[in-house]
Design a protein around this ligand. Structure first.
Ligand SMILES: NC(=O)C1=CN([C@@H]2O[C@H](COP(=O)(O)OP(=O)(O)OC[C@H]3O[C@@H](n4cnc5c(N)ncnc54)[C@H](OP(=O)(O)O)[C@@H]3O)[C@@H](O)[C@H]2O)C=CC1
Ligand SMILES: CC(=O)[C@@H](O)[C@H](O)COP(=O)(O)O
Ligand SMILES: [Mn+2]
Length: 390
C-alpha cells in the first residue's frame, strides 16, 4: 500500500487525483490533503478519504475545520501554515507526493518532497520554471524520482527511451503540442477586449483559472518550454511548439532516424495522473477510451507570433541568466491575477511580462534565497505596472 500526499487537493488536478485514487483504494492510501482556503471542499475530501493530516493556510480556518471533522467522527488532524506543507510532503510515511498547488507557492513543498526522496508527481510546472536547477539537485540528493504530470511532459516521458543515456544521442527534438486555447481564431485586434470568462473557456480542458488564462495567452506553453528544458535536458532550439486544436496528440519526440513517437489519448488529466501514480505499471484512470474514427481528423499548424507573443519570451528567458525564468513567472502570476480581477486588459498581460523580462537583473541568482528575493522584487514591480495600467 502506497501513501500519497496531495498538495492542492481542492483544485482541478487535486480532484482528478482523488478520482483516480478512489478507483484503487487497495493500492493507495491518502496520507495528507492540502488546500489554501477552500475548507468546505477539504472537509468533504477528508470525510471521504480520512487522511492522517489536512492542511489549510490560516490557523483560524484550520481550527474551525478541525472542529467540524471531530463532530463528523473523522480522525484527521488539521495543520496550518507554510511549514505544514513541507512537513506533509516530506513525512517518513509518505511514498508519493502530488504537487498540484498553483504558482510559485508550490515550490517549497516540491523541494521538500524532492529532498526527502519521494516520488514527486509534478503538476506544479512553476516549481521547475522558478528553480529548475535547484529542484533537480534536490531530487538527485534525495534519491527519489520526478514524474511529470503536465500532459505534454507526460507524453514526452512516455515517448522517450527508458534509458536516459540515449536521450542526448538519439533525440533530434521534442514537439510540445498546444491547443491554441479559446482565442485561436479570434480577431487579434479584439483581444484587448477579451474578458476573464472568455479567456477561461478552454476548448478542450477543464482547469483552474490561472492555467486557463495562460493557455489563452500561450504563456502556458512558454512555461512548458522551460519545464521541458529542465526535465529532458533539451536545448531551447530542440524544443518546438505546434498547435494541435484537438488535444489528442499530447506531444511527440522526433528521432535522428526520422521516427516520430507520440502519446495519444483523450484530453483528460486522469490519464497522466494514473501514469504517474503507478509508473512503471499501468492502472485504470477512469478516462474515456480514445476512438480515433470518431475524432476523424487531427490538425497541426504553426503558432502565430502576433496572436501569441508570449511564447517567444520563454526562449528569450532561457538565453538569459538563470533567474530570468523566475522573473517571467512572477510577472505573469501578478499580471494574470490582475486580469482575473478585471484591473488590466488581456493584452496587458504580455506587456507586463515582456517589460519585466527585458529589464530583469538576475545575474548570479542561483541560490534559493536569491531566487526568492528576485521573485518578491518582480512581484512588486509588476504590481506597479498593474497600478499604472489599471
Ligand atoms: N488543471 C490542469 O488540468 C493542469 C494543471 N497543471 C498545473 O497544475 C497546477 C494546479 O493547477 P490547477 O489544479 O488547474 O489549479 P486550481 O486553481 O484548480 O487549484 C489550485 C490548488 O492549489 C491550492 N492553492 C492555491 N494557492 C495556494 C497556496 N498559496 N498554498 C497552498 N495551496 C494553494 C488551491 O487551494 P484552494 O482551493 O483552497 O484555493 C487548490 O487546491 C498548476 O501549476 C498548473 O499549471 C498542469 C497541467 C494541467
Ligand atoms: C492539460 C495540460 O497539460 C494543460 O497544460 C494543457 O496543455 C493546456 O492546454 P494548452 O495546450 O491550450 O496550453
Ligand atoms: Mn500542459
Amino acid at each position: 500500500m502506497k501513501a500519497v500526499t496531495v498538495l492542492g487537493s481542492t483544485g482541478s488536478i487535486g480532484t482528478n487525483t482523488l478520482a483516480v485514487l478512489a478507483l484503487h483504494r487497495e493500492q493507495f492510501r491518502v496520507f495528507a490533503l492540502a488546500a489554501h482556503r477552500n475548507a468546505d471542499k477539504l472537509f468533504e475530501q477528508c470525510v471521504e478519504f480520512r487522511p492522517t493530516y489536512a492542511v489549510l493556510a490560516s490557523a483560524d480556518a484550520a481550527m474551525r475545520l478541525q472542529h467540524r471533522l471531530r463532530a463528523a467522527g473523522c480522525p484527521t488532524e488539521v495543520l496550518s501554515g507554510p511549514r505544514a506543507l513541507d512537513d506533509v510532503a516530506a513525512a517518513n510515511e509518505v511514498d508519493l507526493v502530488m504537487a498540484a498547488i498553483v504558482g510559485a507557492a508550490g515550490l517549497s513543498a516540491s523541494l521538500a518532497a524532492a529532498r526527502a526522496g519521494k516520488r514527486l508527481l509534478l503538476a506544479n510546472k512553476e516549481s521547475l520554471v522558478v528553480a529548475g536547477d535547484l529542484l533537480l539537485q534536490a531530487l538527485a540528493q534525495g534519491g527519489g524520482d520526478l514524474i511529470p504530470i503536465d500532459s505534454e511532459h507526460s507524453a514526452i516521458q512516455q515517448s522517450l527511451p527508458d534509458d536516459r543515456r540515449h536521450w542526448p544521442t538519439d533525440v533530434r527534438n521534442i514537439v510540445l503540442t498546444a491547443s491554441g486555447g479559446p482565442f485561436r481564431r479570434r480577431e487579434v485586434a479584439s483581444l484587448r477586449e477579451a474578458t476573464p470568462e472568455e479567456a477561461c473557456a478552454h476548448p478542450n480542458w477543464s482547469m483552474g483559472a490561472k492555467i486557463s488564462v495562460d493557455s489563452a495567452t500561450m504563456m502556458n506553453k512558454a512555461l512548458e518550454v522551460i519545464e521541458a528544458h529542465y526535465l529532458f535536458g533539451m536545448r531551447p532550439e530542440q524544443i518546438e511548439v505546434l498547435i494541435h486544436p484537438q488535444s489528442i496528440v499530447h506531444s511527440m519526440v522526433s528521432y535522428h532516424d526520422g521516427s516520430v513517437i507520440a502519446q495519444l489519448g483523450q484530453p483528460d488529466m486522469r490519464t497522466p495522473i494514473a501514469y504517474g501514480l503507478s509508473y512503471p505499471a499501468r492502472i485504470a484512470s477512469g478516462a474515456p477510451w480514445l476512438d480515433l474514427a470518431r475524432v476523424g481528423q487531427l490538425d497541426f499548424e504553426q503558432p502565430d507570433p502576433q496572436r501569441f507573443p508570449g511564447l517567444a519570451l520563454a526562449f528569450e528567458a532561457l538565453r538569459m541568466p538563470v533567474g530570468a525564468c523566475a522573473v517571467l513567472n512572477a510577472a505573469n502570476e501578478i499580471a494574470v491575477e490582475a486580469f482575473l480581477q478585471r484591473r488590466i486588459r488581456f493584452t496587458d498581460i504580455h506587456r507586463i511580462n515582456a517589460e519585466l523580462l527585458a529589464s530583469a537583473q538576475c545575474t548570479g541568482c542561483n541560490s534559493l534565497e536569491a531566487l526568492h528575493q528576485l521573485d518578491a522584487q518582480t512581484r512588486l514591480r509588476a504590481q506597479q505596472h498593474v497600478a499604472q495600467l489599471a
